[in-house]
Every structure is written in C-alpha cells, then in structure tokens.
Design a binder for this molecule. Structure first.
Ligand SMILES: *Cc1c(COP(=O)(O)O)cnc(C)c1O
Length: 509
C-alpha cells in the first residue's frame, strides 16, 4: 500500500482497511507482493543441495524471475476466492441468457470428469492405454448419431462456431470432389452472426433471405434466390426467434434439387433433442453445442465442444484423426484421402466429451435401452419457456407470439414511451439480482430481449423471475427514472461501455 502521506494517515482506520479487505477493487497479486515472502517453507534439507544449474546446466537457468509476485499461500487463496465470489454464475443464480442455454451443470459431470484415471490421461500415450478414453468418445458419437440420425460424427471442434467451420468446409470439399461450381450459401437474416462469418471464411458469398411475417423462413423467399450456384443453406432450427422452422422439410428438398447441402445450426438442439431427428427433416450436416444442449460449464470463452454430424456419403470428409471401433479394439484413423484434415490438437476437448456423455447417461434410458430420457429434458425446456411467454405476454410486446421452443423473445416496444430501452430494462434486472437476458439479438427484432430459462429451473424460480420482469414493466410506467438510472443496487453503477473499449484499463493503479 502506498500510504505514507500525512493525508492518508489521517484517514480513519476503518476506511483504510475496509478497502483492501472488502473492496470491489481486488488488488493484483503483483501489488500485494513483498520481497522474500513465500507460499510455504520446508525444513532444511538433510541431503546436499543440488542447484538448478547443477542439474540442468546454466544455459537453461534464469538469473532472476523479474516481477514475479511474492505472496503467502493464504493471500493467494483469498485473492482467488474473492475473485470467484465476484462472478455471477449458474451456481449462484438464474441466468436467463437466451441463445446461450446457460443450464445448470450437474455436479456428477464434474465428479466423473475428475476421476484420475480419466483426468491424468495423455493423448500421446500408446493407443493401448487409451482404450477407455476412446470408448467414451465412440459411445458419445453413437449417442449423437442416434439422436440426430446422422451416421458420422467428429468430436474435434471445440465450439459451435468451430463446428460450423468444419461443416461448411465439408460442404466445400463435397462440391470440389464432384466438380460442382458453387459460389454461395443461403443464410436467413435471423441467423446467429457466426453463420455468415463462417461462410465468408470458407470463401462463399452470402445470400440472405428475409424472415417472414410470423418469424419463419418462407419457401417462396428461398425459391427467389436458389440457383445452380448455391452450395447449400445454413439454417438454425429452432431459429433465433425461438421458433421451430415450419417449412424446413420443403426448404431442404429445394436445396437438394440443386445438389446443395442442408446445414443445420444445431446450437439450439436442446429444444428438440429426443423428439425430432434432424436427418428426418433433410439435414445433411449439423453441429451440436455440447456446452449448451448437454450441460457442461461454459461462458467467458470456454471450454466447449461443437461436434459435427454428417450424412453417410460425407463421412470420408470428416476431420482426422478420428476414433473408430474395429472388432473389440478402438483405433485412431489418421489418414483419409478425402478428409478436410485436422482442426484441433489431439482429439478435441475430451473433458467436455466426458461431461456431456455423463449428462446424457445420467438422465437414464428407456426400458428397451434404445433411447435416453433426453426427450423429457427438451420437453421441460420448451414448457418453461412457454410458461414465461404466457406470464409476460400482457406486460411486454412479443413480436412473434406463437408457441415457442426453448426461448422467448420480447421487445421494448411498449416501454419506449417513457424513453426506456431494452438496455435500461436489462440493467434494472441486475438490481433484482439476475444476470440480464440476451439483448438486441436477434437483429431482426428491434430492441430484442431474449429469454431462455432451460429445463433446469424450478417453477418458483421462474415465477420470481416473471414477478421481477412484471415489476420492472410497472416501474417503466410509474417511476421510469428508476429504470433509466439502473443499476443502483450492485457494486458498480452503469459502466461506460464505449470507454471500456476505447480506453481499456488493464492495470490496477
Ligand atoms: C451459441 C451459438 C453459436 C456459437 O456457438 P459457440 O460455441 O459460442 O461458438 C452458433 N449458433 C447459434 C444459433 C448459437 O446459439
């Protein structure tokens, strides 16, 4: 602490120590550093001391480690525990973030993932030692195949967007192998931003189609833009308005009529898994976000897994290396003439694969062993979203007010009169103790507020959330200044988001 000036020594003790102990500004470990302080001390050695230089040679040794924080063990522990307590997390509260499927991650997932026989494996060990790990991956692939109807899967992609990249690359490889002259991909205007980004990365031109008046992609709109140069379509189903695409089968037929590939963005698969098999809809390639549909922790950039499934004739294009069961043994297929190649280190985010498989199996299987109880999960997710829609529909404008899937999208249209916008409502929700919902997405809904409860919340939690949303709608009418000035009950007042981007402050002090 730089507390030597007369002014600070006059400050009452309580104000001086309350800061470092309880301040929302957690100091960096570098600032807490005291020369010579260590995390632990051991009794003096009885054997002769061997220095690093003697053991490894002086060319590898550093003379000093510059700027390394010197702190005690309890300072380190308290620092990180305090930081962890600043996080809003699914383990501390309801997280209505639409499109992100922030469902509760059951602790059994963590228990299984940390079993030392699994967590201490190394992917470079000989294959004979990795058989149990391979069996987990193949079992997961089999389950994903059974719920999607797509026979081939890769577990390599580490995120949804990464899966899209793999899927569209396979689309590209398929057309190249057939000598098809294809230049563009159809992407509805309700798509997640990653869809057009992916197509652009592969080198395709984007052909947008407008969402129809009820929130669905219309066959007529696709007909207007389809021609022989269309490589395929990327459709999110359920779409980002939270609706099941009504015309998907017809659209798939249309795409197939020009030898196009139907790519389904299955990030929102959690609404339909166990109920609809995408292959029955005409889907040729899809990715699934394990970190959304099948729990597993996510947020803040990871970790994740975005496996990609493909129809039979596209299997040779899947990335290698890939694990397969041959007889009683699992083998790693490393070469495949038509494969798009490797897209990640080793075999993907294995610990996420373990968690997703654990989640699926822990739901239980039907008596005949053919199916897991995933259907119950998706039905509950849809029921919860519709419950919220029904409770809020008189208080907030719902642009596409139809039976929804896993999420419901409101708008700020009825609150705008008092100068209130979606952002204000989201900030006010923080005062009520919630992480805000997803805002301003999808782009086609002005002032969108996208709410996804997932199946993992109780009716009491949903009711309290709806009560809070209704209370905020009342405040918008009665005391709009309260909403306009929110948040006022959290650690931070409203941050200047633009300034944080233009002048990032990455250092304390
Ligand atoms: C979340 C999401 C993605 C991207 O997934 P990441 O794992 O964040 O890369 C893509 N499409 C849709 C519809 C999504 O909801």
């Amino acid at each position: 602490m730089k507390e030597t000036s007369a002014a600070t020594t006059m400050t009452p003790l309580v104000d001086r120590i309350a800061g470092p102990l309880l301040s929302p500004e957690e100091p960096l470990l570098f600032e807490k550093s005291q020369p010579g302080r260590v995390g632990y001390s051991l009794p003096p050695l009885k054997t002769p001391r061997v220095t690093f230089e003697q053991a490894f040679g002086s060319e590898l040794a550093r003379e000093a480690i510059v700027g390394f924080p010197e702190v005690s063990e309890n300072e380190v522990v308290r620092h990180f525990v305090r930081l962890s307590q600043k996080n809003y997390s699914i383990d501390t509260g309801f997280y209505p973030l639409g499109s992100c499927t922030m469902k509760y991650n059951p602790k059994i997932n963590e228990e299984i993932a940390k079993i030392s026989e699994l967590s201490s494996l190394h992917p470079l060990w000989p294959e004979r030692f990795l058989q149990p790990a391979f069996s987990i991956q193949v079992e997961l692939q089999k389950l994903l195949s059974s719920v999607t109807g797509l026979p081939g899967f890769t577990l390599q992609p580490n995120a949804g967007a990464h899966g899209e990249y793999v899927g569209i690359k396979i689309m590209h490889a398929y057309h190249a192998a057939k000598g098809n002259k294809k230049t563009k991909v159809i992407v509805p205007d309700s798509a997640h931003g990653t869809n057009p980004a992916t197509c652009t990365m592969i080198g395709y031109e984007i052909v947008p189609v407008k969402t129809g008046p009820k929130g669905y992609v219309e066959v007529e709109e696709v007909k207007k833009v389809i021609d022989s140069e269309v490589a395929g379509i990327m459709m999110t189903n359920p779409n980002t308005c939270g609706l099941f695409e009504q015309n998907i089968v017809e659209i798939a037929k249309l795409i197939h009529s020009v030898d196009g590939i139907f790519y389904m963005d299955g990030a929102n698969f959690n609404a339909i898994v166990g109920i609809v098999k995408p292959s029955d809809l005409g889907v040729d390639i899809m990715h699934i976000n394990l970190h959304k549909t099948f729990s597993t922790p996510h947020g803040g950039g990871g970790p994740g897994a975005g496996p990609v499934g493909v129809r039979e004739d596209l299997i040779p294009y899947l990335p290698v290396p890939r694990v397969e069961k041959r007889g009683e043994r699992y083998v790693v297929v490393r070469e495949e003439a038509q494969s798009i190649g490797r897209v990640t280190g080793y075999l993907g985010n294995f610990s996420i694969h373990i968690r997703a498989l654990t989640y699926m199996l822990s739901l239980g299987r039907e008596r005949d062993g053919t199916d897991t109880y995933l259907k119950r999960m998706s039905t509950a997710a849809v029921l919860n979203a519709n419950y919220i829609r029904e409770r809020l529909k008189k208080h907030y404008h719902i642009p596409y007010n139809d039976v929804c899937m896993h999420e419901v999208v409101l708008s700020d249209e009825w609150q705008q009169a008092g100068g209130i916008k979606t952002l204000n409502i989201a900030k006010r929700l923080m005062d009520y103790g919630y992480h805000p919902m997803t805002v301003y997405f999808p782009l086609i809904i002005h002032g969108a507020m996208m709410i996804e409860p997932t199946e993992s919340e109780t009716k009491e939690t949903l009711d309290l959330f709806c009560d809070s949303m209704i209370a905020i709608a009342e405040e918008c009418k009665q005391t709009p200044e309260v909403v306009l000035n929110a948040p006022t009950r959290v650690n931070r007042e409203r941050v200047d988001e633009l300034r944080a981007q233009k002048q990032p402050k990455l250092r304390w002090g």
